[in-house]
Design a binder for this molecule. Structure first.
Ligand code: NAI
Length: 465
């Protein structure tokens, strides 16, 4: 098979940036160019100080520092990178459609199609095109149909290589993945293309962890993996509410069932609900696809995972209002955490956004502290919901860079992200500076409840009476 020496990746986001950085780190003889239309994003990737790269992931700055300028490049010259590459990864965003048919459910594939058309227009030599974005099953068919109808004599092979990294542990996950999945055509040419990509990963991933399948299995496996993961979260969250009514403790229940090797201990932590750009979008997409084939029961089954998650977020906001004597109007509520999980600056679909929105409907004042999320992002997230004019959001929400300041004079603190540093705060000092009674609503079962109660806090933890 052909040895790959030049890779291009379209999309320098949370997936394209880290995955290509690791490929470049592990394959110094392959030139890797990551391109994006967003000039500011590319500039940030090229910032001489790797602290300023646009994606925060533990360890990523070191990988970039090692490979950038050697065989890793970030650029806005998309055409040039496509032209020079033998293998092109498409890693652009595939958000839920916000218009037209499938609105609110289907994946919006316009960015994928634009990439395919650009590749078709620019390419003069044979290309292997790799779908890295998460795509609905059978998308490769559309990509193929665009690429194969250019009539300029260029041969294309389409592969599906979904990414399973988890934000917050992206570098660990990329260095030692549970598996790498590569789907391609069952033809001889298809198998050769698969082998070319296998050879890239095999530089650092044990061969038995590199799985190869047909295109459709690979595409569908990514949606399925996210659906199963999210389903576990919704399953334990559904029981957290029952625990609160029965005296059972959801953490104890999770530990008790997690020791069963058939169930396993991971992804059983109850919380204010899952967030992130992927779970909801991918399940909605799965539901949409099932409906489009007329599979009503299948669609309804998976949709329930989302319904449960929305309920969990709303329930948390309601609990705050109810506990604060049925009114939060004019009260100060401190939010510790805004990112959708710890160790990332990504806020997409973060539970914090929806809890804040509910509390703002009740005219609460909110002071947000997050160690990695900038002020502008918080307002952008709230304004995106279109629930009220931007200046009202600005008036009711403040973003504060000192957690003690954020909690000062607050009626209540809500933990929205499980950042480790929250555990180590001087909680006595925080208590002393709050309005009494001082409430803590722990949406991540993160804090030491016993210790907080001894200080004098009134504590609500998800899944405990
Ligand atoms: P992102 O929004 O962070 O990055 C996508 C980038 O693509 C943006 O910077 C955008 O400017 C660029 N882009 C869009 N159209 C372009 C075009 N025509 N030419 C050049 N650049 C273009 O998105 P993210 O999070 O990296 O996700 C990408 C894909 O990977 C999605 O399909 C997502 O579902 C999937 N995925 C995401 C994971 C995550 O943890 N975020 C994990 C696994 C898969």
């Amino acid at each position: 098979t052909k040895k790959i020496t030049n890779i291009c990746c379209i999309g320098a986001g949370y997936v394209g940036g880290p995955t290509m950085s690791v490929i470049a780190q592990k394959c110094p003889d392959i030139k890797v160019t990551v391109v994006d239309l967003n000039q500011a994003r590319i500039d940030a990737w090229n910032d001489p100080d790797t602290e300023n790269i646009p994606v925060y992931e533990p360890g990523l700055d070191k990988v970039v520092a090692e490979a950038r300028g050697r065989n890793l490049f970030f650029s806005t010259d998309v055409d040039k990178a496509i032209d020079e590459a033998e293998m092109i990864f498409i890693s652009v965003n595939t958000p839920t459609k916000t218009y037209g048919s499938g609105k609110g459910m289907a994946a919006d594939l316009k960015y994928i199609e634009l990439c395919a058309r650009q590749i078709a227009r620019v390419s003069k030599t044979d290309k292997i095109v790799v779908e890295k974005s998460t795509l609905p099953v059978r998308t490769a068919e559309a990509v193929k149909s665009i690429l194969l109808n250019t009539g300029n004599g260029v041969n294309y092979q389409i592969l599906s290589n979904p990414e399973f990294l988890a934000e917050g542990t992206a570098i660990e996950d990329l260095h030692a993945p549970d598996r790498v999945l590569i789907g391609g055509d069952t033809t001889e040419e298809g198998q050769e293309a698969i082998q070319a990509l296998v050879d890239v990963y095999a530089r650092w991933v044990p061969r038995e962890r590199i799985l190869t399948t047909n295109l459709w299995s690979s595409e569908l496996s990514k949606l399925t993996a996210n659906a199963f993961l999210a389903q576990r979260v919704s399953s334990i969250n559904s029981l957290s509410e029952l625990c609160e009514h029965t005296g059972a403790d959801v953490s104890e229940v999770a530990r008790s069932i997690g020791t069963d090797s058939r169930i396993g201990p991971k992804f059983l932590k109850s919380s204010v609900g899952f967030g992130g750009s992927c779970f909801q979008k991918d399940i909605l997409n799965l539901v949409y696809i099932a409906r489009s084939y007329g599979l009503r029961e299948v669609a309804d089954y998976w949709e329930q995972v989302i319904i449960m998650n929305d309920h969990q977020k709303r329930r948390f906001a309601n609990k705050i209002v109810k506990t604060l004597y049925n009114t939060v109007s004019g009260k100060k509520i401190a939010f510790l955490g805004w990112a959708f999980k710890k160790d990332t600056n990504d806020t997409r679909e973060s539970a914090a956004i929806y809890v804040a929105d509910d509390l703002l409907h009740e005219q609460a004042g909110i002071a947000v502290y997050d160690p990695k999320v900038p002020e502008s992002q918080v307002y952008e997230d709230l304004n995106y919901l279109n629930s009220r004019p931007g200046d009202i959001n600005k008036q009711l929400v403040t973003v504060i860079t000192d957690p003690y300041e954020a909690c000062k004079d607050a009626h209540a603190i809500a933990i929205l992200t499980e950042w480790d540093e929250f555990k180590d705060y001087d909680w006595q000092r925080i208590f002393d500076n709050m309005k009494k009674p001082a409430f803590v609503f722990d949406g991540r079962t993160l804090l030491n409840v016993k210790q907080l109660r001894e200080i004098g806090f009134k504590v609500y933890t998800i899944g405990r009476e």
